[in-house]
Design a protein around this ligand. Structure first.
Ligand code: DX5
Ligand code: ZN
Length: 228
């Protein structure tokens, strides 16, 4: 299981220290939300900021989520900045397949994201080509929004396909994840949890991460199978 604090909810006046705080608190990954003001109605930060943060959290896996209309021009800059995985959105349509191929060719892990209004069927053709499927649980653009419960069946479907096709992509959730919603997502089959506000707002992030990990673990359906 992976806990990935989102830097979008960090104190932007001290991003290096905030990334180091997440690492020290026991995070597995650092999630980096890249917004271009076009694909989503907000702007966050770019490759120069990611490169500046990278040395402050050397041990963390950098999970770069591109909410951008033209990811083609951003793949190499984010790889140079220290990305370990790059996630692009299925809503980009016919550009998705070449984008996934290019991320793989750059030697990085390949992620695909899907927005709440998009049918889960859209990701099906790509399931054999990805390392991670990100099911968005809010409409992307802003941190601190409420979890959309209607997304849960998509997580269940993605998990069912993974088992049926014997694939091993990770199943990530992002948006409104806290100590309550993490349980619902884990029960639905998610194994990788992005949380911005719920983790960075805590003075003691170690305790918050440990608790989130424990709740996710207790609600892992695989564990329930074992106990039966
Ligand atoms: C939403 C971003 C999320 C966001 C999550 O546009 O993709 O990663 O930062 O933030 P919280 O956990 O505050 O909902
Ligand atoms: Zn994200």
């Amino acid at each position: 299981m992976i806990i990935a604090p989102s830097l979008l909810a960090a104190d932007f006046t001290r991003l290096g220290k905030e990334a180091a705080r997440a690492q020290k608190a026991g995070a597995d990954w650092l999630h980096l939300d890249i917004m271009d003001g076009q694909f989503v109605p907000n702007i966050s930060f770019g490759p120069a900021v990611v490169a500046a943060v990278r040395p402050h959290a050397k041990k963390l896996f950098f999970d770069v989520h591109l909410m951008c209309s033209k990811p083609e021009i951003l793949l190499e800059p984010f790889v140079k900045a220290g990305a370990d995985q790059i996630i692009v959105h299925v809503e980009l349509g016919e550009r998705v397949a070449p984008l996934l191929w290019k991320i793989r060719a750059l030697g990085k892990k390949v992620g695909l994201a899907i927005n709440p209004p998009t049918s889960i069927a859209e990701v099906q053709p790509f399931l054999g080509k990805i390392d991670l499927l990100l099911v968005m649980t809010v409409n992307p653009g802003f941190g601190g929004q409420s979890f959309i419960h209607e997304c849960l069946p998509k997580i269940q479907q993605a998990d069912a396909w993974r088992r049926a096709k014997k694939l091993n992509y990770r199943l990530e959730v992002d948006g409104g994840i806290n100590h309550q919603t993490v349980a619902e997502c884990a029960r639905a089959g998610a194994d990788t949890f992005v949380a911005g506000t719920a983790l960075f707002s805590q003075r003691n992030m170690s305790v918050a991460i440990r608790k989130m990990r424990q709740i996710a673990h207790e609600n892992d359906p695989g564990l329930a199978d074992l106990q039966m």
